[in-house]
Design a protein around this ligand. Structure first.
Ligand code: FAD
Length: 327
C-alpha cells in the first residue's frame, strides 16, 4: 500500500484496500523459503542498522520452486495475477478481446461512442456507453493524445539501478525477486536479479549463479512527458543524488558480505513504474479529470499523483476499484 500522496489529496481508499486484502492473498510467508544468500544479505543490512522488511507479495509461496524466474513469469503458479479477475469477468458474461491495440477514442459529440482499435491489418470500432482506459502510464496518455486530449508533463517512472558484485556460488539467481526491502528517504534497496543487465550489459559477463545484485529504486521527480509522439524522460540532479546515495549503501553491503569494492559493477538504468500523466486531484471527482469526456475514465497508474519509489500494483488496483464504483 503506497497511498500517502492520495491521502494528502483527501482521498481515502481504506475500504478498497480492505476489499483487496479479502480478495487477494498477500503474504510475507516467502521469508521461510529464503536461501543462504538472501539471509546473509538481510543480516548485513540489519548489522548496518538498516531494517530489512520482508516484501508483501501476492500468491501462495508454498508452491514456489525457487527458480528465480519471478519477473519472467512464474512457472510454478505461485504468483497471483490479474488473469484470475479476467476469468471471473468472463464467467459473469464479459467478452475479453485480446491482441487489439486501441488507437483512439471515437469522439465527436461531448460523449465518446467507443474506441478505434487495430489488430494486425484489421481495423475496428468497438462501440461503448462507457470507456475505461487502463493502458498503463505510457499507453493511456498516448491514446488520449491521439484523441485530442493532452495530459500533464508529470511523468515519473521509478528508475532502477543495480549494483552487483561477483561472489562465487552466491546463487541469488535462484531466489525470490525482491524478497525484502529497506526504505530510505526517496528510495528503496532490495536484492533483485536484473535480467535486463545480465543479458545486455557487458559488465554482467559472469555466470548468473555468481552475481549478487542489489537494486536501488528511487521516487523520481515527475518531470517527464509521454504522448503519441513518444517519451521524454531524463534523470534530474535530485534523481542522480538518490541513486548515488543508494549505490554507496549497496557498496557497503557488498563489501560486508565479502566482495571487495573494486569487484563491484553497475547495471543499466531502467524503469517499470510509469505513471502520473493524468494525476488524481482533489474535489468531488478526484479520479475523473475535467479534460475527460463524461463517459471516459482512466483506471491505471496514470492517476498516481507523484512517484512512489515503491511497488505500486496494490495502489493501482485500489484506485481502479474506486473508479469502477464511480462509473
Ligand atoms: C519487470 C517488472 C516487475 C514489476 N514488479 C512489480 C511488483 O513486484 N509489484 C508491484 O506492485 N509492481 C511491479 N511492477 C510495476 C507494475 O507492473 C505496474 O506498476 C502496474 O502493472 C501498472 O498497472 P497499470 O494498470 O497502470 O498498467 P499495466 O499493468 O502496464 O497495464 C496496461 C496494459 O495495457 C496494455 N496496453 C498498452 N497500450 C495499449 C493500447 N494502445 N491498446 C491496448 N492495450 C494497451 C499493455 O499491454 C498492458 O497490458 C513491475 C513492473 C515491471 C516492468
Amino acid at each position: 500500500r503506497a497511498d500517502e500522496g492520495l491521502k494528502a489529496l483527501g482521498i481515502d481508499l481504506d475500504g478498497e484496500f480492505a476489499e483487496l486484502a479479502a480478495e487477494i492473498p498477500v503474504t510475507t510467508d516467502h521469508s521461510r523459503r529464503w536461501g543462504a544468500g538472501v539471509r546473509r544479505l538481510a543480516e548485513a543490512f540489519a548489522a548496518l542498522g538498516l531494517d530489512p522488511e520482508p516484501t508483501p507479495k501476492f500468491g501462495d509461496y508454498s508452491r514456489c520452486r525457487r527458480c528465480g524466474r519471478c519477473v519472467l513469469g512464474c512457472p510454478a503458479g505461485a504468483k497471483w495475477d490479474a488473469r484470475r479477475l479476467l476469468d471471473e469477468a468472463r464467467a459473469k458474461g464479459a467478452k475479453v478481446r485480446t491482441g487489439w491495440t486501441v488507437d483512439s477514442l471515437v469522439t465527436g459529440t461531448r460523449r465518446v461512442a467507443g474506441v478505434r482499435a487495430r489488430r494486425g491489418l484489421r481495423h475496428a470500432v468497438f462501440e461503448a456507453d462507457v470507456v475505461v482506459l487502463a493502458a498503463g502510464g505510457f499507453g493511456t496518455p498516448a491514446i488520449l493524445e491521439r484523441s485530442g486530449i493532452s495530459c500533464d508533463s508529470r511523468l515519473f517512472v521509478d528508475p532502477v539501478l543495480c549494483v552487483a558484485a561477483r561472489l562465487d556460488g552466491a546463487r541469488l539467481d535462484r531466489e525470490i525477486s525482491m524478497p525484502f526491502i529497506i526504505r530510505r528517504d526517496g528510495y528503496i534497496i532490495s536484492p533483485y536479479m536484473d535480467w535486463l543487465s545480465f543479458f545486455f550489459h557487458p559488465a554482467w559477463r559472469f555466470p548468473a549463479c555468481d552475481i549478487v545484485p542489489l537494486m536501488i529504486k528511487i521516487a523520481d521527480e515527475d518531470k517527464g512527458k509521454v504522448g503519441a509522439g513518444g517519451i521524454e524522460k531524463s534523470l534530474t540532479e535530485r534523481d542522480r543524488r538518490r541513486l548515488a546515495e543508494g549505490a554507496g549503501i549497496c557498496g557497503d553491503i557488498l563489501e560486508r558480505i565479502g566482495a571487495p569494492r573494486k569487484s563491484h559493477f553497475l547495471g543499466m538504468i531502467n524503469a517499470g513504474h510509469p505513471g502520473g500523466a493524468l494525476p488524481a486531484g482533489s474535489g468531488p471527482e478526484p479520479f475523473h479529470d475535467r479534460r475527460l469526456p463524461p463517459n471516459v475514465w482512466v483506471a491505471d497508474a496514470s492517476l498516481i499523483p507523484s512517484a512512489l519509489g515503491l511497488p505500486p500494483m496494490l495502489t493501482v488496483m485500489a484506485m481502479a476499484k474506486r473508479v469502477a464504483r464511480s462509473l
